[in-house]
Design a protein around this ligand. Sequence first.
Ligand SMILES: C[S@@+](CC[C@H](N)C(=O)[O-])C[C@H]1O[C@@H](n2cnc3c(N)ncnc32)[C@H](O)[C@@H]1O
Length: 336
Amino acid sequence: MTAPASERQTADRDGFEPDGSGPDRPGPEARGTNDALAAAAAAVRYHYDVGNEFYRLWLDTSLSYSCAMPDGPDDDLEAAQDRKLRFHLDAVNAQRAGAVLDIGCGWGAVLGRLALTHRVPRAVGLTLSIEQAAHVAAAGHPGVEVRTEDWRDYEPDELFDGIISIGAFEHFARPQDSSAEKIQTYRDFFERARSWLTADGALSLQTIAYANMPREQASAFMQQEIFPDADLPTLAEITTAAEGVLETRLIRNDRLDYAWTCEQWARRLRARRDEATGFVGPDIVARYERYLRMSALGFRSGKICLYRLVFTPYPRGYAGRATPAPASGDVKATAR
Ligand SMILES: C[S@@+](CC[C@H](N)C(=O)[O-])C[C@H]1O[C@@H](n2cnc3c(N)ncnc32)[C@H](O)[C@@H]1O
């Protein structure tokens, strides 16, 4: 997850030195270049490649690292993550799908469900994290392919009945981007997703967004020490980017679900603090505890929020214009 916190803070650089257990913090690069893509990968690895054992201590057993869907405050994390996965799988009609793409697949919770529960013949996951990709590959689920690849580089040779993207959108724009540049990046994402979908397919997207706070008040601690090189969208930027590319069929704001999820993660990490310290050292543990606390506060207060959105291709193109052709020439559909 990516969550700038609600309060303006300066980075506590004095207390921070990468201790060798995590990748080095990346530097800013020019947009659209190979260097920029490499920087995006480095920024993601800085956060996600601190060690799978660390995340296993405080996430649920599916290693879902995104907002769950509790049915009340007394729900347990396992059940709440399962409900969230079902929401997205239902949104893309996974039961009837021949092929599904997961953009930002993490440790493969969605891919595992696609293969084992829904028996989808083909499921492709994209991640920038080497450790996540190794974890998914080791699971060896039938029909699952995991690629360590940016969606901006991906060139599929088949269409997908569904695309799911949970908790990755927050990484697509950078703090130095103007709002117009952010919208362009998101539009690129929606256009590619549209070109990779069958005509009756669907995109199920989950992302954190700025809500009742200006972007200028984003926490420097979060943007420099936790999720470097990443910035959140606003709802207006998301819908402006999608307008004319995909039809927005559903929007829900489940920010209190994310406050609950962060509180669960913080409680679980606190309970395993000694083991966590053994894996990644005291500085990283302290940083994660702080970011989870700050994020929970941000969601509770409504400064940041959590959107779940479902998009579908316009059935007859948009405003009289034909539907754009797929990006790569001979992309074909996979039969179920
Ligand atoms: C917060 S994790 C969410 C993982 C998973 N969807 C889940 O819910 O547990 C964000 C994921 O997005 C991936 N990601 C971020 N930017 C990406 C990009 N440009 N292309 C592909 N994957 C990306 C990261 O590698 C990571 O797997």
